[in-house]
Design a protein around this ligand. Sequence first.
Ligand code: ZN
Length: 265
Amino acid sequence: MAEDIPDIQMSKIIEDMCKKSETFKNFYTTEIPKLKGKQICWKYDPKLVADGFALHPDGETSKKYEIKLKMHPTELMRNSNYFLIAHEIEHLVQYEKGYPTIRLHRIILAVLSPHHAKIAALLNSIIFDFSVNAKLKEYGIEIPFICLKPPNGDKSPAYNLSYIFRYILFRRYSLLLDEGYKKKIQECLEKYNDKDLVTVGDKIFKIINCSKLVDTEGNINLDQVKPVIEEISANLKEFFSLPSKFKLTVTQYSCYIDIAPTEVF
Ligand SMILES: [Zn+2]
């Protein structure tokens, strides 16, 4: 279960990070005012499906924000993770600009497995992380190199889908890494022996890259989110031979993944 990180403890962590890094301090002092005074509630959740998660705790019109972290606050104090903190804060700045979040449909949340939450989180990252990270890079915050693990032999559709998404995410993150990482990226790509998954992964990667989803300034074109998600949805449906129950729905604030958990994954 998630536990609150006391404000005083989080302020100390951030203060310490600002002291140690001018780059982070510059990011923090410039970006935080863009949240227009809205409070951030920090939570620690060791069971989180990602390293961090930024959300509106009480729906999209909520007066406060929440950031959940998988890392224990004492660990965070020891190892300042500038990227993680800046990344989650920048997601909030995007929400403040009206960017949607991708989530699973509320109605079926009760019967979902952790796989489903992971799938939603990954899809969210595939669409929005590039523009978040492009902003971080502008400030000089280092983008991490996340190496991929080869498939583990699990052939379930849920695993395959999260695998495809992780692959696309790896390629999207790689776009912002400098030349020095070229060899490492290549080595990682060579580990991909599951041709089928990589083929559909490459196809979706291309759809996102060739779309006008992100402009040259690194901002998301909101009118492009829906068509891109629909195209991804159509490709996944075809690849997994999914029944019509699988649906990615886009509303003003949110993109929902509607899936019948037992029948589809
Ligand atoms: Zn993200």
